[in-house]
Write a protein that binds this ligand. Sequence first.
Ligand SMILES: Cc1cc2nc3c(=O)[nH]c(=O)nc-3n(C[C@H](O)[C@H](O)[C@H](O)COP(=O)(O)O)c2cc1C
Length: 205
Amino acid sequence: MTVPSGPDVVDQEAPAPADPLALAATWLPSAADGPGPTMTLSTVGLDGYPAARTVLLSLFDGERLHFHTDARSRKVAELAALPRAAVTLHWPEDARQLVVVGDVAAVTDREARLAYLARSRYLQVLAWVNDHAAAADTPDRRREVWAAFDRERAGTDLQPPSTWAGFALTPMRMVFWRGATDAASNRVAYERRTDGSWSTASWPG
Ligand SMILES: Cc1cc2nc3c(=O)[nH]c(=O)nc-3n(C[C@H](O)[C@H](O)[C@H](O)COP(=O)(O)O)c2cc1C
């Protein structure tokens, strides 16, 4: 893997801050930047095997990582059965990876609605038409359904469908990975103690 030199090498020299949420705030975009980046969301499948897929990080609110999806999706059934997940974010250009493991809970209706309104028109329409029926349709039929929906709603602000579902992951473990060109990569793992403070450890790898 190609690892850029420069800022990351300097970063490696800095002592790990005590608060991983403050560190995460310097890695993740602020609310003003809108949705993104993408992250791999891993859950425990209903069959006991891991399940993973890409989702947008809708928001990091300083405490929790928010994501949004369809209430009928597999991930939502999995989270209903076991509300725990991991997310993996990777910034290849910065030689950084962040893995966050924790507990997942539904966000408030207001939070979910604001996240919907912050999405592009394409993603807003997608939330309305991306259902089981569309999955079974031919490509031509999918385009027709899309065009008809768009035509009927032209010029109107879309509101979230009832199937729009928002969740937030509260970290119990956060692992920050930084690459370097002249030294081993560096991982700092934080784990939340029962009193809410964080333990810190350097991990190889
Ligand atoms: C770049 C990218 C971004 C995506 N963002 C989302 C998202 O924010 N929410 C979502 O529900 N699905 C998103 N998807 C689709 C998911 O990866 C997945 O296919 C879908 O949510 C169904 O997953 P499930 O069956 O495991 O629940 C995205 C896919 C890609 C490739």
